[in-house]
Design a protein around this ligand. Structure first.
Ligand code: SF4
Length: 259
């Protein structure tokens, strides 16, 4: 097995590439703003950069491996106004950051949330791998100030071993993902776990449910099952890593209830 990387160190290293300060404004790199069909319709800003290297990730090689080569820096106000404009045009009530990991660049994210809070009627869905929230309890405390957010922590597999197989990161990263859920629950932040189960055996999933129950029984009843969608880039990566999913969907055959 190639050398495992430290997921926290990698998030912090990527942060240096995709954030910067300009006259005290906290900028973050994005490569796209769009309307998307998930959650019944959601305004989406696609950020550059993630501290994990999931072997099933759908983002481009540039976004995942070469963040210097893609995107532009935006200040929080620009991002907020673009998202609100998309939501208004499409009549969406939900907003999110996707593409990369939104918790990279905490100051940028919190400034963005401050601005979005001024627009009533929206829910901000924070889709995260949870590594930075698990590593810093203060992060969850700061998120708890915003009642219009819902955090979706996307677990990479059902245990430490699966996490390492899927991400190439040290297994402790999986504990950080679970700790993110605990930190969020402790701070009364609305959240739920999503679990990529396409590579998991049922017993591992059952064990994971028990671990989540110990954090909070309501969370265990609210686990979102995430299954692989074989977009071109995903299939290419799986082939490269010789990784075979147990379950998956073709992009044109995703069941409506999953969208
Ligand atoms: S955490 Fe998400 S964005 Fe980051 S590599 Fe994994 S799938 Fe891609």
């Amino acid at each position: 097995m190639s050398k495992l990387y430290d997921p926290i160190k990698r998030h912090l290293a990527i942060e240096k590439l995709v954030t910067k300060e300009n006259f005290s404004k906290k900028l973050r790199k994005y490569y796209r703003f769009r309307a998307d069909r998930w959650y019944g319709g959601i305004a989406t800003a696609d950020a550059v950069g993630c501290g994990l290297l999931c072997k099933f990730c759908w983002t481009s090689d540039k976004v995942l491996y070469r963040p210097n080569d893609v995107g532009d820096f935006y200040e929080p106000k620009d991002v907020a106004l673009r998202l609100i404009k998309i939501a208004e045009i499409k009549n969406f009530s939900q907003i999110r950051i996707s593409g990369g990991e939104p918790t990279i660049g905490k100051d940028h994210l919190l400034n963005l949330l401050n601005i979005l809070e001024g627009f009533e009627g929206y829910t901000f869905i924070l889709e995260t791998n949870g590594i930075l929230i698990g590593n810093d309890p203060n992060y969850a405390k700061e998120l708890s100030k915003y009642r219009f957010i819902h955090v979706r922590v996307s677990l990479k597999g059902c245990n430490e071993e699966e996490f390492t197989t899927l991400t190439g990161a040290k297994p402790e990263g999986f504990q950080l993902q679970l700790r993110a859920l605990k930190n969020l629950i402790d701070m009364n932040v609305k959240c739920h776990p999503a679990v990529m189960i396409s590579f998991s055996h049922q017993n591992n999933f059952k064990e994971l449910v028990k671990r989540i129950e110990k954090i909070d029984s309501k969370l265990a009843n609210n686990i979102e099952i995430e299954e692989l969608i074989l977009y071109g880039k995903v299939a290419e990566r799986l082939k490269k890593y010789n990784l075979k999913p147990i379950t998956s969907y073709q992009p044109d055959k995703i069941p409506n209830e999953l969208i």
